[in-house]
Design a protein around this ligand. Structure first.
Ligand code: GLU
Length: 284
């Protein structure tokens, strides 16, 4: 059975881009007689609020999109993510990183040819080989630390990887280009990559649909799936909707939130027609 999901983070109100993404996933599931799931990726306590979470449910309902089963709220499942981190740790694939942003920036600046990946400069490895006793001492002293994936070991352990991208077939994945990514932040118990991949597996998602900006992240998700023995879904990355000035839509573009459109008198069917490219929105 085809299972899709929409997995917004409640860091703001949903905008047109979210509506398009939710509609895409909902239609794929409904057309196939499958399931459409809703998940709130609220793992980052510094940016997510319950008010935005409530607004997401309300806006989707206004749009006429129904979801199957309970909404999964990630912040209510921290032990699940901890257990996945523990498994990676037991396999020798994680290490604590005590660096501040400034430590990393300084080290990157020192090296004339610091390697870069899809998300910018790679972590220069400062904490990768700290002696075990020093790690234990700093953790016992309460020094804040993140947990990083030892990418070289992880990539070696996973072997060669591919992903199945709709419309493109099987593509090679090279997660090593991201370097030692953070899987648990100092200020958030687990990263988006870990939680999203965990939940897609747990919830039996068979087709991950999301914006094209997240396509490179799929390589990391395939790596985690291989390391943790999770099933491999198919992926469909859709083009991002752009603001009229050609820039990426963001939650900061208040005027394009579903709330603002609704307050301006737009009906859900008008919005859907607009997303389908049939009509301009001329009421705002
Ligand atoms: N929470 C992510 C976001 O809002 C969703 C990413 C995904 O669909 O995997 O961008």
């Amino acid at each position: 059975m085809l299972v899709t999901r929409f997995a917004p983070s409640p860091t703001g109100y949903l905008h047109l881009g979210h509506a398009a993404a939710a509609l895409f996933a909902w239609r794929r599931a409904r057309a196939a007689g499958g399931r459409f799931l809703l998940r709130l990726e609220d793992i980052d306590p510094t940016r997510c609020t319950p008010a935005f979470a409530d607004a997401i449910l309300e806006d989707l309902a206004w749009l006429g999109l129904d979801w199957d089963g309970e909404v999964r709220v990630q912040s209510a499942h921290l032990p699940d993510y901890r257990a996945a981190l523990d498994r990676l740790h037991a396999g020798g694939l994680l290490y604590p990183c005590f660096c501040t942003r400034a430590d990393i920036a300084r080290e990157v600046a020192r090296s004339a040819s610091a390697p870069h990946g899809p998300d910018g400069a790679l972590y220069p490895g400062i904490c990768r080989h700290l002696p075990q006793a020093q790690r234990a001492r700093r953790i016992a002293a309460g020094t804040p630390h993140a947990l990083r994936l030892d990418m070289q070991r992880a990539a070696f352990s996973a072997g060669s990887l591919t992903c199945h991208e709709e419309g493109h077939g099987i593509l090679p994945c090279n997660p090593a280009q991201f370097g030692d990514i953070v899987l648990a932040r100092k200020d958030a118990p687990a990263s988006y990559h870990l939680c999203a991949t965990h939940d897609d597996a747990l919830q039996g998602v068979t087709l991950v649909t999301r914006g094209a900006d997240l396509q490179p992240a799929t390589m990391l998700h395939r790596l985690l799936q291989a390391l943790l023995g999770w099933p491999e879904p198919h992926y469909a990355h859709h083009p991002l909707r752009l603001a009229p000035d050609g820039k990426r839509l963001s939650k900061r573009d208040g005027a394009t939130t579903l709330r603002a459109l609704r307050a301006a008198g737009l009906r859900p069917q008008d919005l859907i027609a607009h997303l389908d490219g049939d009509t301009p929105i001329n009421r705002i």
